[in-house]
Structure formats: C-alpha cells, structure tokens
Ligand binder design. Structure first.
Ligand code: SF4
Length: 383
C-alpha cells in the first residue's frame, strides 16, 4: 500500500451519500455543524446493546437460570440510551430528545435478539424464559461484533455489525456478514443503498480472509424481525472507481436535487441547488412539513408571532430576491430562541427554516424546527 492511498477512505455510507447527491457528500465533509436525529440515536443505542449482550460474561452463571435476559437487556439498553441522550444533546443541531421512544427502542432490541435466536437454531421463546445456556449458544455463533474492515489498498473501510456462523449453509458451516437495521424494513427487496452496503462488507471480509468459507450478506430488520439477503457479484472494483471520483476539491461537487436526496438532507442551509429546484417546480414542497428560505419581516419576541417573506433564487449561487409571498408563523421553544438570537445579530439576513408545520395559512415552528442563517458554500474553507 503506498502512503498516499490512505489520504482518504470511503465507507458504504459516504459512497451512498455521494451516489445520492455528490454535493451532499461534499457538504458533509466541510466541517459544518452536525445534526442529531432521534432515529439515528435510537439505532445506535440498539446496536450497542446487541454488542454488549453478545459480549456478556456469563462463565460463572448456572446454565438453567431463567428470568435474567429481560432485565439485563433493559439495563443494558438504559445505559446505552443515556449515553446516546448525552451525545444527542451535545450535538450543535438537535431537535427534542424523545424519551417516550424508549419502549420502541426496547422492542427493536427484542426484535434483534429474536433474529439471533433463529440464527442459533433455537426455538422461539419469551425473553423471560431464555436460559443462560441458550444465550451461550447464541454467543457461540458470534465470531465478531463491530468489526472494522479495510481493503488491502487502504482506500475502502467499513464497520461491520456482526459476523456470525451460518448453521444453514448446506452442510458446510459458512459465515454471515450481518448488518442490523433498526429503520423501516423494505416492502419487497433491499434498496440499492443497503445492497451496496452489505456487498461492500461481504467483499471486504472475503478479501481479508482468502481461505474463507461460503459467505452471505444479510440485513437484519429488527422492527419486523425479518432477514433480507443481498446477492450479486463483487462490488470492490466499482467501489475503487467511486473512490477515484470522490477526492474532495475546493469547488463543490455538482448537485443532483431530487425528492429522495433532499427530503432529509441536513445541509440545505448551505446548498443553493434545492431551493432553485423547488422554485422551478422540480421538487415537491407541498407537504405538511416543509423547508423555506425567507426574510424575516417582523417578529413579536413575546408571543413568537412572526411574518416571513419567501425568497426567490437569482442565478446559481444562492443569491436571493424578495417576493410578494408572505406568510405568518407561530414560533415556540427552540425555534423562537434561535430566531431571537439571529434577529439580534443581523436583522436583514436571509434565513433557512427547517421543518415548518403548515396549518392552513399559518405555519408552526417549535422544537422540531430549525432557524439557521442562509449561507450557501461555494468554496471549501482551508483547514
Ligand atoms: S439539499 Fe439536495 S441538492 Fe442540496 S446537497 Fe442536499 S441532497 Fe444535494
């Protein structure tokens, strides 16, 4: 491996981001303030809890003991939930922490455990009935948890959730490269993004272990306790080709705005392209929750009532004009605090409003929303 090949690496998530919209990937590498999300934090808490339970030290326990897994799983999740909460609150951009989602997280953890029982060829049973012996059988099929994989050339890297012995691979024991998914399961088959990610792990695992047994790649969806396989030829050559095009430049990569890419893009305040696409009618913007780029006309700091003027883009670089479209808004909580700070700093600035809730002619903004200065980036800033 030559020294320069390590200068940057790509992972399945950065590759997927690049495929979705090259500008999104470029912006994600500009040291902009990150945004926390409840589904991501919940997913991490479940992942870390599965890992902790896989590595639980049980050597001094009686094999017949029951009634321990339910409480242990809950305790482990509570610990990870609290760590995630702290990290979430320390992230510069974050909505409200929803502690009421803990039962859903626990359900997700139970779903993940039930897939693991199935993989260990154990009968389905309630957590309260699981013996220490059974859990040891589950632990026995786990070859690795949270394993970092890197290609021989050093350009590709990823973090695999689980490497598991495949007991059903037709006589000879094989391996399963498994990624635990805590989001919405696919309707029929895995998306292109998830397939790409799973094959990436599978192929790095093969490259790292030339004498490997048969290896399959699976996405384990905890919410419906269902396993989806990813098949296909090796993806490593394609990944190296992507690596070559992903070297960061000072000038932003081109943008490919689309409903799928832009809906949850956290870099909108720094990207002029989605607002142009929206104004040209290429992107929907008519949902109950939407984003806006505006000028603040007035704000009543006590009641949180505001009047905004929607902007229209001029040219390609994020410059804006006024318009005659105005709308009223009621701001509360975080959104009100943010706009008060910005109003003090710069009265005439343009603002990005993230996730306003439309209710008739008025919009509502609260802890789920964001108010950020509109600041399209046209060049990367030096380190
Ligand atoms: S807002 Fe849309 S066009 Fe802009 S970076 Fe994000 S995904 Fe790409």
């Amino acid at each position: 491996m030559d020294a320069t090949s390590r200068d940057y690496q790509i992972s399945p998530s950065s590759w997927n981001r690049f495929e979705e919209c090259p500008r999104k990937y470029w912006l994600s590498r500009q040291r902009l303030p990150g945004k926390a999300s409840m589904p991501a934090s919940m997913g991490t808490a479940i992942h870390n809890s599965v890992e902790d339970l896989c590595n639980l030290e049980l050597s001094d326990r009686e094999g017949d003991e029951v009634g321990w897994l339910q409480s242990t799983a809950r305790d482990v999740l509570e610990g990870n939930w609290e760590s995630e909460r702290k990290e979430f609150m320390d992230t510069p951009r974050h909505p409200r922490w929803k502690s009421e989602m803990f039962p859903k997280a626990f359900e997700g953890l139970v779903g993940a455990l039930s897939i693991m029982f199935e993989k260990a060829a154990l009968p389905k049973s309630e957590l309260t009935e699981v013996t220490i012996r059974s859990w040891r059988q589950v632990q026995a099929i786990i070859l690795a948890t949270e394993d970092t994989l890197e290609s021989d050339c050093g350009r590709l890297q990823g973090r695999l959730d689980l490497l598991v012995i495949d007991k059903e691979s037709g006589g000879k024991e094989g391996w399963i490269v498994a990624d635990l998914k805590t989001g919405k399961p696919p309707r029929t088959e895995l998306s292109e993004k998830v397939t790409r990610q799973l094959l990436f792990y599978r192929d790095l695992m093969k490259q790292r272990n030339p004498e490997h047994p048969p290896i399959i790649a699976e996405g384990w969806y905890s919410s419906n306790k269902t396993v989806y396989s990813a098949d296909g030829p090796s993806i490593l050559e394609e990944a190296i080709e992507a690596w070559k095009t992903m070297e960061l430049s000072e000038i932003p990569f081109h943008a490919t705005p689309s409903q799928a890419a832009c809906s949850f893009c956290e870099w909108k305040a720094w990207c002029p392209k989605w607002w142009i696409a929206r104004n040209e009618g290429q992107l929907g913007g008519g949902g109950v929750f939407r984003d806006e780029v505006v000028r603040l006309v007035r704000l009543d700091r006590d009641s949180g009532a505001a009047l905004f003027e929607r902007t229209t883009p001029i040219g390609d670089e994020g410059e804006l004009n006024g318009s005659d479209y105005r709308f009223g808004a009621i701001l509360k909580g975080q959104a009100l605090e943010q706009i008060k700070l910005l109003e003090q700093a710069e009265l005439d600035a343009h603002l990005f409003l993230g996730s306003v809730r439309v209710d008739g002619k008025i919009v509502h903004m609260g802890d789920w929303s964001e108010v950020i200065p509109w600041a399209p980036i046209l060049r990367s800033t030096p380190d």
